[in-house]
Design a protein around this ligand. Sequence first.
Ligand code: NDP
Length: 284
Amino acid sequence: MTAQIISGTELAKTIRTGLADEAAKLKANGIEPGLAVILVGDDPASRSYVKGKQKACAEIGIHSFLYTYPATISEEELLAKIRGLNADPAVHGILVQLPLPDHIREWSVIETIAPEKDVDGFHPINVGKMVIGQPAFLPCTPHGVLMMVKSAGIDIVGKHVVVVGRSNIVGKPVGQLFLREHATVTYAHSKTPDLPAVTRQADILIVAVGKARIIGPEHVKPGAVVIDVGVNRLESGKLCGDVDFDTVKEVAGFMTPVPGGVGPMTITMLLHNTIEAARQLAAK
Ligand code: NDP
């Protein structure tokens, strides 16, 4: 058996075409969707993520405002900037690229972003609404994962989803989103003994760890859906996921590649949330 590949690149292209139409409609009504991006410090990976997000915004007709600050900026200065953007009517979404320098408290930054402009879906109000099933901005990577599974026509109801990883931005919320879709959800993490015994129970296995190829064929039930969120840079400079693609594809039923899998969908869901934020403002 060779797994069917779920291409994030292809799905992202289709969704972005629809979003570009939405952006054009908003513009025709006098509203240009606007995303403010704050970049602190000079981490090359963060800079490249921000560049990718800005390029994607430009392609579909979202105006992006970039604010860059040295790593020495104080927390208070950063919070003051965010408060200014909260009040700026040209800005519909605010994104602070993570990670931040150690002297800035991440939670304090996230909580300062107005929930209605929190297009990353990290604000506790949006997280809480997601958990209790109220309309909210959904976190981009977990939402992208859900869209990929749905796009492949995979039935989620009653399926056993195993999530490896329990971070606040990927693992925890992705499990919640699948719970909302009536899956039976299990979380595994670094303290889980006998990981393969747990992951082999999964009908849908979602891996968000950040360790190159830690999931091999011995972790996967034949025919399972395997979603690889991990992005790891090898010494060669090449990117790879948390799943050993070449061996797992012989066991899995469906798989996502890295690159070209969850990554493009994460950015697409950010664009989706920004358009939604602009639309909500237009409706006020
Ligand atoms: P974190 O480092 O915040 O979390 C990693 C999780 O993996 C933790 O819960 C940790 O457990 C768990 N873990 C670590 N080692 C093991 C192990 N040996 N066995 C089982 N679980 C383990 O990472 P993130 O959630 O932020 O990101 C995960 C990966 O996803 C990274 O590669 C990141 O680059 C990528 N990513 C990709 C995105 C995309 O768009 N494609 C977007 C966001 C992230 P514990 O809690 O016990 O420490």
